[in-house]
Design a protein around this ligand. Structure first.
Ligand code: ADP
Length: 155
């Protein structure tokens, strides 16, 4: 049976920190499905189309990486995508506190759905979507933080 992991997030934007989790996840799983979750109430800074372009560019259309968009319960979507595992990254204790609760709830929603955590690579630990979004809003070049340059998507 294929081992599929579902990697959920807002990915606004998808950063080098996220790409690192996917790359390392590919050593554990046959397939990683990146789920871009959009909260109806929250307006995105980067469009879904642009983020999908960044992800495709970063993984060079690797057939083991798929991208989906969703607006539903993460655990339910993971199950529908054929994933028995959720993949998440941990940077610090704040991430841990949050993830701990979410993982318990997700396992209650879908029995047996295991969350697998990968500890961040230290050099990528300071990268957060919130900070990258803020820098971009102030016109700072964010190419160092993304796994694929935005400029290439426009050309
Ligand atoms: P969410 O809105 O669900 O927190 P994010 O898009 O911010 O989603 O992050 C998705 C996942 O990636 C989370 O598990 C988060 O902890 C992890 N993550 C974010 N940045 C990094 C990083 N620099 N290194 C490792 N994991 C990260």
């Amino acid at each position: 049976m294929k081992r599929t992991a579902f990697f959920p997030g807002s990915f606004d934007p998808f950063t080098k920190g996220h790409a690192d989790i996917v790359e390392r996840g590919l050593k554990l799983f046959d397939e990683v499905v990146i789920g871009i979750g959009t909260n109806q109430a929250k307006k995105r800074h980067f469009s879904l189309e642009i983020m999908e372009g960044v992800i495709r560019g970063a993984f060079n259309s690797d057939p083991r990486v798929r991208v989906v968009h969703y607006h539903d319960l993460t655990a339910k979507v993971a199950k529908d995508e054929g994933a028995r595992f959720l993949l998440r990254g941990l940077r610090n204790t704040t991430d841990f506190e949050y993830e701990n609760t979410i993982a318990q709830v997700n396992r209650q929603i879908v029995e047996g759905l295991e969350t697998v955590f990968l500890i961040t690579s230290p050099e990528l630990a300071p990268i957060s979507s919130t900070i990258v979004r803020e820098l971009h809003a102030y016109g700072v070049d964010i190419s160092d933080y993304l796994p694929y340059p935005l400029e290439k998507l426009r050309s």
